[in-house]
Design a protein around this ligand. Structure first.
Ligand code: UDP
Length: 476
């Protein structure tokens, strides 16, 4: 048996989805900058796409202690890995990837001294415990949604879950998520709570993985104290060591900017799709603060009827818009109505994938119609861009409630997809209430910058995390 190392060797293993890979790769890059030895474990499928569409190989070459490894996610190449088939990834990982991970850890030299595991993957803690490797959980969601997931057992016990009837009152208040008693409605709970049976498999998976976090050495959240402090103090009653190190993409920018040897592109694109830069050229021709950016992330699927409702609403609003329609994200076929094509020519631009951080930071952008994925929400907060939220699934339902009700950063359109509502909300955000939302968004963006700057709370927390990891391996 090989001696345990005195200097750390960290294995970072994200759930193989765009948003998880993106944020955990940013953390890995920060560790690379700090000179730590890191192995980043990607699914083969995603790694091939990253290599095809980004410069990650060259970008990470400069970190001499950094390496990529790949592992099979057990799914066939043509599996969509999106929409309602996303949960199949969880089953496949647990069944197929688990034994591969174990063998890989046994074979790795120098041995891994700490795993930063995606908190969505239950089996990682089990394998690590078996091999006596400490685990730190990284949960790529907001603190508010983590806390709602964590409170599922209490909601079940109090009879607040599951749904009581087919015609459930979606607006009834939920009282068993401490800190949210006055504003959290049944419809704002993570989508996996919308079930009529508490033994529902997806609900159980999410409940169980969340309950695992207190068993780990620490929990990392990509959020910041000024944004979610009241909820974080509830989480700390269950998980004593929580590192809030967000917004991670801003931390990486800050650290890259102050690093003299780093030649890394500050945009740090970790995209699984080919970026279409025509959007930047198009934005450059639009007036300042005039464009609504529209994107529903990497997993959302839209039915064709929904696409048409959004399209009508956008065109009828008479506002300029930049809309990402991911390849394969629309279910159903048909020609686009001529009036929509015409309206888009006048004021819109459609693309398949954009450099989102750059788009949100562009001076032409004034609003974001988003599915409220956590990365998109944070990126919008950092850029000071107000949001219209149309949550699709998972944590997005609760993020959108916080955006509209707690942070006053925009409007929540959940559970509605109607051209008139889209038109009205776009005009509310871009015209009627523009100043109000812009002020709130500016304030929050300043807080985000402060926390990620040298000496700010998230910056210091990340330094403490690095010290903690070094300490763990020196004691091993
Ligand atoms: N994204 C991007 N280009 C696009 C659309 C999305 O780079 O055209 C990125 C976005 O910046 C974010 C991620 O994809 O980092 C989406 O993550 P999020 O948590 O918002 O949603 P998910 O895709 O997991 O539903």
């Amino acid at each position: 048996m090989e001696e345990k190392p005195k200097s750390p060797h960290i294995l970072i293993f994200p759930l193989p989805c765009q948003s998880h890979v993106n944020s955990m790769l940013k953390l890995a890059e920060i560790f690379g900058l700090a000179g730590l030895k890191v192995t980043f474990l990607n699914s083969k499928h995603n790694h091939e796409r990253l290599i095809r569409y980004t410069d990650i190989h060259d970008r990470f070459l400069q970190y001499s202690e950094f390496q990529f490894k790949t592992i099979s996610d057990g799914l066939p190449a043509d599996h969509p890995r999106a929409g309602d088939r996303l949960m199949e990834i969880f089953d496949s990982l647990s069944l197929n990837t688990r034994p591969l991970l174990k063998q890989m850890l046994i074979d790795t030299s120098p041995p891994v001294s700490c795993i930063i595991g995606d908190a969505c993957m239950e089996f990682v803690v089990d394998v690590a415990t078996e091999l006596e490797i400490p685990v730190i959980h990284f949960r790529a969601i907001s603190a508010c949604s983590f806390w709602a997931y964590f409170s599922i057992p209490e909601m079940i016990q109090a009879g607040e879950l599951p749904m009581k009837a087919y015609d459930e009152d979606m607006d009834r208040l939920i009282t068993k998520v401490p800190g949210m008693e006055t504003f959290l409605r049944f419809r704002d709970l993570p989508s996996f709570c919308r079930v009529s049976d508490v033994t529902d498999r997806d609900l159980q998976v999410l409940k169980n993985v969340t309950q695992q976090s207190p068993r780990t050495h620490a929990l990392i959240l990509n959020t910041f104290e000024d944004l979610e402090e009241p909820i974080l103090s509830h989480i700390r009653t269950k998980c004593p060591k929580v590192y809030t190190i967000g917004p991670l993409h801003l931390q990486l920018k800050t650290r890259l900017a102050s690093n003299v040897i780093s030649s890394s592109s500050q945009k740090s694109l970790n995209s699984l799709w080919e970026v279409d830069r025509s959007c930047i050229e198009w934005l450059g021709k639009q007036p300042v603060r005039s464009v609504l950016y529209v994107s529903f992330g990497s997993i959302t699927l839209l039915k064709r009827e929904q696409l048409i409702e959004f399209w009508h609403g956008l065109v009828d609003s008479k506002q300029r818009f930049l809309w990402v329609i991911r390849p394969d994200s629309v279910i159903g076929e048909g020609d686009a109505p001529a009036e929509l094509v015409e309206g888009t020519k006048e004021r819109g631009h459609l693309v398949s994938w954009v450099p989102q951080e750059e788009v949100l930071a562009h001076q032409a952008v004034a609003g974001f119609l988003t599915h409220s994925g956590w990365n998109s929400t944070l990126e919008s907060i950092v850029a000071g861009v107000p949001m219209i939220c149309w949550p699709y699934f998972a944590d997005q339902q609760i993020n959108s409630r916080f955006v509209s009700e707690v942070w006053n950063l925009g409007l929540d359109m959940k559970d509605v997809c109607d051209r008139n509502v889209v038109e009205k909300m776009v005009n509310d955000l871009m015209v009627e209430r523009k100043e109000e939302f812009m002020r709130a968004a500016d304030r929050m963006a300043t807080m985000a910058r402060t926390t990620a700057n040298e000496g700010g709370p998230s910056y210091c927390n990340l330094d403490r995390l690095i010290d903690d990891i070094k300490m763990m391996s020196s004691l091993a």
